[in-house]
Design a protein around this ligand. Structure first.
Ligand code: NAD
Length: 249
């Protein structure tokens, strides 16, 4: 097993069809104990219960610094330490540039970008004390190509910000043996896009994907598992595309 004896925090991991929960399942099957953090407390507890007794479900609003600190303190107390952080929580909004309000901008930056800062700030002191840790952050193809399919320009900006923040964290904390990497998925079939994709849109999108299918949550969970595990022990500051070839660059 790739994560035997390890402990992990995964944010935004309560959504039943989401990338976070697929990752939590994969981590658990690889031997890790997992803390599922989500803004929805009941869903977090329910999701953790499906994994087994040794896993935790905790409420955490990643956009709220004290909420991150409380959740991390609970996970550290329960597990004795944190080896892996997956900054996965995110929200999107399909809107054109001229229609972005100040409140839309703030909401999208707060969850997708500031949330990565706050949760990392809460976890890094624990990893630093142990001189070991792996952090993986969720960006998006939207950051690389100036728009995905559903996210507006404020989402692209937030996910591009994640790339810069993660690379800076990789540089600052490499000497503490903390690795920080990013994943940039293409279009993955989860609730974030559910119901918004017509058959016509789907056919058009598939024309641009060499592997000729949409991604699955498990496709991304596999990359998070690689980045969390010692298989990637010499990888930091990297960005791994999981997009079926939608963007080859
Ligand atoms: P999802 O909606 O199923 O999952 C997102 C989760 O984040 C939900 O469980 C939600 O409750 C949680 N969340 C929202 N706001 C939060 C907050 N403030 N604090 C804590 N948790 C919060 O969608 P998903 O597709 O699994 O998305 C996971 C991540 O992947 C997101 O960051 C998303 O932007 C990113 N992403 C998704 C795709 C895709 O095509 N699905 C592509 C690229 C990137």
């Amino acid at each position: 097993m790739l994560l035997s004896g390890k402990t992990a925090i995964i944010s935004g991991a309560a959504s039943p069809r989401g990338i976070g929960l697929a990752t939590a399942r994969r981590f658990a099957s690889e031997g890790a104990r997992v803390a599922i953090l989500d803004i929805d407390a009941g869903a977090a507890a329910g999701a953790a219960a499906t994994l087994g007794k040794e896993h935790l479900g905790l409420r955490c609003d990643v956009a709220d610094k004290s909420s991150c600190e409380r959740a991390v303190a609970s996970a550290v107390e329960a597990f004795g330490g944190i080896d892996i952080l997956i900054n996965n929580a995110g929200i999107t909004q399909p809107v054109k540039l001229l229609d972005i309000s100040a409140a839309d901008w703030d909401r999208i930056q707060d969850v997708n970008l500031k949330g990565v800062l706050f949760l990392s700030q809460a976890v890094i002191p624990h990893m630093r004390a142990r001189k070991s840790g792996s952090i993986a952050c969720m960006s998006s193809v939207s950051a690389q190509r100036g728009g995905g399919i559903f996210g507006g320009p404020h989402y692209s900006a937030a996910k591009a910000g994640v790339l810069g923040l993660a690379k800076a964290m990789a540089r600052e904390f490499g000497p503490d043996n903390i690795r920080v990497n990013c994943v940039t998925p293409g279009l993955i079939g989860t609730d974030i896009t559910a119901g918004k994709l017509t058959d016509e849109m789907r056919a058009k999108i598939l024309e641009g994907i060499p592997l000729n299918r949409l991604g699955t949550a498990e496709d991304v969970a596999g990359i998070y598992t690689f980045l969390a595990s010692d298989l990637s022990a010499y990888v930091t500051g990297a960005v791994i595309d999981v997009n079926g070839g939608m963007l080859i660059h």
